[in-house]
Design a protein around this ligand. Structure first.
Ligand SMILES: Cc1cc2nc3c(=O)[nH]c(=O)nc-3n(C[C@H](O)[C@H](O)[C@H](O)COP(=O)(O)OP(=O)(O)OC[C@H]3O[C@@H](n4cnc5c(N)ncnc54)[C@H](O)[C@@H]3O)c2cc1C
Length: 305
């Protein structure tokens, strides 16, 4: 590729909200679907291994760093028409939500304050306050390594913090979202309220990847296990993992450079020098404790890269 900037030995910690990780051998920031495709094709031609990420807000990068090329799809443009927004996957989710609200479009306001991109949110079916992005996604444009194609919502197999996109080697290029009509002022108010509630839990600048483990879907838990759960704690059909972790004494725990705050058991905060090894070890310790007490196996919401 001519005129293409590839950086060398870039700190992974600087690319993730958790501030963890060694260095990536090669790094490139792309801002359009076309540039993403071009960069991947170039890496394939050069036989260089590559990985794609976006906002870095749901990732634990490895301490030993990454070989090959790390591609960050962050940026791009979006288009609004009537009740529809088509956004490049790299557009920050907050920009999409802000644009929707300004146009009086309702549907994503409860996701206000979730960091990262609309592409990253779609892959992991991000959500908050009882709603997830899949409710607004109409279709997703992907590149399968050979061609661009649109995948309908149903074929994305969205579930709680899950999608087929997460497990297939597809690259998300654009997302088409459909909204309902709403009142701009009311949407703005709701969005502001949610951001201010969130800022109490996630202080601005906190080094973390959001909630660490997924909550537990109550209907998927056997009756014998449900007997051990305080049913008053269940919210929207989910057993909050924060509650399970609190019950095994996670709040206030420290391990290596990770601290779990007193107010939230499912939050791993990097106090400055945490490593991916600290994270994995603490996750295993807590998983075992929860398994022993409740018979539930916790699954990470964050992804180890
Ligand atoms: C303070 C804080 C609060 C949070 N609160 C919430 C919350 O309330 N609800 C919630 O659901 N999440 C929350 N999160 C987690 C995170 O913000 C979301 O999961 C977010 O949607 C991830 O988007 P991202 O762009 O940062 O993805 P990244 O972390 O960069 O990537 C996540 C995964 O998606 C893949 N990916 C990204 N872009 C593409 C693409 N274009 N094509 C193919 N694969 C891709 C990556 O390879 C990786 O596996 C929070 C995180 C933080 C730091």
């Amino acid at each position: 590729m001519s005129n293409v900037k590839i950086k060398r030995n870039v700190s992974l910690a600087s690319l993730s909200t958790f501030h963890i990780g060694g260095k990536t051998e090669l790094f490139r920031l792309v801002k359009t679907p076309e540039d993403l495709i071009r960069t991947i094709e170039w890496a394939k031609e050069q036989k260089i291994p590559f990985r794609v990420f976006a906002g870095g807000s749901n990732i634990v990068f490895p301490d030993e760093g990454l070989k090959g090329l790390l591609i960050r799809f962050h940026g791009g443009s979006l288009k609004v028409s009537k009740n529809k927004i088509i956004a490049d996957a790299g557009v920050p989710l907050m920009k999409v939500i802000g644009t929707a609200i300004r146009h009086g479009l309702r549907g994503l306001e409860t996701l206000s304050g979730i960091p990262g991109t609309v592409g990253g949110a779609t892959v992991g079916n991000a959500g908050a306050y009882g709603h997830s992005i899949s409710e607004a996604v109409r279709r997703v444009e992907v590149w399968d390594g050979k061609k661009r194609k649109w995948i309908a919502n149903k074929a994305c197999k969205f579930a709680y913090r899950e999608s087929a996109l997460k497990h297939e080697s597809l690259f998300v290029l654009r997302v088409e979202l459909r909204f309902k009509k709403g009142d701009r002022k009311e949407l703005q108010k709701k969005s502001k309220e949610i951001v201010s509630i969130r800022e109490k839990k996630y202080k601005p600048g906190i080094k973390c990847p959001g909630s660490f483990f997924k909550n537990v879907v109550a209907s998927e838990v056997p009756r014998s296990v449900m007997k051990k759960i305080n049913r008053a704690k269940i919210i929207g059909g989910k057993i909050p993992t924060g509650y399970l972790l609190e019950e095994v004494g996670a709040k206030g725990m420290k391990f290596g450079g990770i601290r779990i705050p007193d107010f939230h058991g499912n939050l791993f905060e990097n106090t400055g020098k945490a490593t991916a090894k600290d994270v994995k070890t603490l996750a295993d310790i807590l998983r075992k404790k929860v398994k022993a007490k409740f018979g539930i196996t916790l699954e990470e919401e964050v992804r180890y890269f």
